[in-house]
Design a protein around this ligand. Structure first.
Ligand SMILES: Cc1ncc(COP(=O)(O)O)c(C=O)c1O
Length: 403
């Protein structure tokens, strides 16, 4: 039997205990005004989060999945058109594509950063697509479908390499929606603009999740979309609210996908701590880097590319016997996760897309070897040392068996 939990994968109790008075004050405020849907707390949070992301507009919604879906719809995607993303992400990215009526296109990830490989994206456009002579639009040759958008996923809190992705998208006139659900506050250095850019400020729009375990997490379900495009922001506001801009005047069919005011109020409280929490995550990540770097022969630690300032939503390492390492850590009372064990193109849900093993080899290799170690702002040095000690013990025993 595994030891009692010594180091949890994630501690959500401590931050809520620390902020209890402020969070309870939000409940009182909501009760006193009885504005539970919409209202000033939602508007305040939208303003604050837009500013945090260096974006003009923020539209609060019910989840990160809604955020993606509403952004695709507001970008004008039509049934059967292709939106391209990566198979190494949470299924919400592709669920949102299908649920917006579009088709999923995949390109593989980069082996070092685990985010969309811009070269693979270029290869897909150049080798498998063609620009239609009459419409000037990009079309996938095999299916005859139009390709209309790209979704880079800023996975684990590190941004995708956005300059080449944005350049390709501009060349082929495609929209870019960032999946920033794991990257609140992450930054990207754009050589093109010679400036650091916040996740959420680079595409036509960006989706954020405030699922409780995220760097900025609600106390329930919540999400948001950021954009600099006023028209798009207005469309997304309508889509989240049954297609109405004015009560009971429905221009389109929309959804019940609003952000409720309690969540918005709690998110405003937590947003004030986000820079500090992200700073702690970065310090912890660097401490892991330092302590694990002598294991480089048998353990791949996360690479922070020169163009990104990561916020370490997850600290993901790679090792040959991943399952054995995970079992060893569980035995030592250390919580871990796998993000994600089955590449999306090989999931049962996508059997009908007829992908086969070998179609996206980098994703497939990575999925077999990754394990996420404990990472949360309140993780103590002594706890982190336990994790490092147990990882090293496992790797040393493996080397001893091999010799
Ligand atoms: C990369 C990614 N995209 C989308 C989502 C969906 O967010 P939500 O769970 O808030 O719908 C998540 C959240 O888990 C995510 O990690």
């Amino acid at each position: 039997m595994a030891n009692p939990m010594k180091v949890p994968f994630l501690d959500l109790v401590t931050p809520h205990r620390e902020l209890e008075a402020e969070l309870l004050a939000v409940v009182k405020k909501a009760f006193s005004g009885a504005a539970f849907i919409g209202g000033p707390m939602v508007e305040d949070f939208e303003r604050e989060f837009a500013a945090f992301c260096d974006s003009k507009y923020c539209v609060g919604v019910n989840s990160g999945t809604d955020a993606l879906r509403f952004a695709f719809m507001a970008a004008g995607v039509q049934p059967g058109e292709i939106i391209v993303t990566v198979p190494h992400t949470f299924i919400a990215t592709t669920e949102a594509i299908s649920q917006a009526g579009a088709e999923i296109g995949f390109v593989d990830i980069d082996e070092k950063t685990y985010t969309m490989d811009p070269n693979k994206l270029r290869d897909y456009f150049e080798q498998r697509c063609a620009v239609d002579a009459r419409s000037g639009k990009l079309t996938e040759r095999a299916s005859g479908r139009r390709v209309v958008g790209v979704v880079p996923v800023h996975l684990y809190g590190q941004t995708a390499d956005m300059d080449p992705i944005l350049e390709l998208a501009a060349k082929y006139r495609l929209f870019v929606i960032e999946d920033a659900c794991q990257a609140h506050g992450a930054e990207y250095f754009s050589k093109k603009q010679n400036a650091w850019k916040r996740a959420g400020s680079m595409g036509q729009a960006a989706a954020f999740s405030f699922y409780p375990g995220k760097n900025l997490g609600a106390c329930g379900e919540a999400g948001a979309i950021t954009t600099n495009d006023e028209e798009m922001a207005n469309r997304m506001k309508m889509i989240r609210d049954h297609g109405q801009a004015k009560k009971y005047y429905h221009d389109i069919e929309g959804y019940n996908g609003r952000l409720d005011s309690l969540q918005a109020g709690w998110l405003s409280v937590k947003l004030r701590h986000l820079e500090n929490w992200n700073h702690s995550r970065r310090s912890l990540a660097h401490r892991y880097h330092q302590k694990l770097s002598d294991m480089r022969d048998s353990l791949v630690i996360p690479l922070e590319a020169s163009w990104t300032k990561g916020v370490y939503h997850l600290y993901v390492v790679r090792v040959q016997d991943r399952d054995a390492l995970q079992a060893h850590l569980a035995e030592a009372g250390i919580g871990t996760g796998i993000h994600y064990p089955i590449p999306l193109h090989l999931q049962k849900a996508y059997l009908q897309l007829r992908y086969r093993e070998g179609d996206f080899p980098v994703t497939e290799r990575v999925a077999k070897e990754i394990v996420s170690l404990p990472m949360f702002p309140q993780l103590r040095d002594a706890e982190q040392d336990e994790v490092v000690g147990a990882v090293k013990e496992f790797l040393a025993a493996r080397v001893a068996t091999a010799n």
